[in-house]
Ligand binder design. Sequence first.
Ligand code: PDD
Length: 273
Amino acid sequence: MIKDQIVPAGEVDPAHFDRGIFFGDGVYEVMRSYSGKLFALEEHLQRFGNSLSAVEITGIEMEEVRARILRAFDAAGIANAKIYFHVTRGSAPRDRAWDDSLEPNFFLNVSEVSDNTAERTNGIAASTHPDWRWKRCDIKSLNLLANVLAVADARGKGCAEAILVDEAGLITEGAGSAFFAIRGQTLQTAPLTANILPSITREFTLKAGRNIGLEIVEESLTVQQAAGADELVIASTTQDIVPVVRFEDRPVANGTPGKYAELLNREFRSFTR
Ligand code: PDD
C-alpha cells in the first residue's frame, strides 16, 4: 500500500524499496559554486569516496560522479548553486543484510543557494542540544534524524542552529555546521575524530584563521567556555562563516558580530574566487 492505494508488489516503484529510506543506508555530499565556479570539488569527491568505502558501498566510480556533477551543474545554469547528491546501497525488499549484487541508487539535485547575507551580517542565535548521533559522524551518512530533532528543538527556541554537546559536556559541532570559538588570539574548534564530520568549510576556516594571524587550537570546548568566548561562529558549505551572537539565550560578548567573524569571512571569500 502506498498512501491509501493498494499496489500489486510487482508494480511498486523500486524507489519505495530504497535502502536509504528503510535504513538511511547511504551517504551524501553537499557542495556549491560561487559565481559560476565550483568550489572544492576535489575535497568533496575525496570525502564522498571515504564515506562510500566506510559503509562498504561499491560499484560507484568517482570519475562518473565527477562527470555527473559537471553535467548537472552545467545544465542547471545556476551561478550560486547548491549541489546535493547521494548514493544509497540500492533497492531491495527490507532486510538488514544486503546482497553484493545490489546496484547503488544515485540522486543529485542542483538548486540556488539560499542567500544568507542577513545572517552573515547580523549573526544568529544558537542553542545547545545533546548529541544523540551515532559514533561514526565522520561518515556523511543519510542518517540525520538526531540532527533533524536537534534543529527542531533549536527552532522552537527561536534559534537558527543547534550546537551538539556530548555526554562529557563537550561541544562536538553544529547540527549542520562546524563550530568555532575565538578566545583572545585563538581560533578553537573540536579536533577531527570520529564524532564530527571532517567539514570542508572547517578546513578553509582554519586556513583563513591562520592567514589573519589567529592561533589554531583543535581542542573541544565546554559549553561554559563557548558561552564566555569573545566570538562564536559556525561554518558550512551552504552558509560560509556565520557569527553566533546569542548562545544559550545569552549574548556572546556584547551580542553583535565580532571583528574576527568579518575578517574570517572576507579571507574565506578570497578562496572562492
Ligand atoms: N552539512 N557538520 C555537520 C553535521 C554537517 O551536516 C555539515 C554540513 C557540516 C559542515 O560541513 P561542510 O563544511 O563540509 O559543508 C558540519 C551539509 C551542508 C548539509 O547536510 O546540508
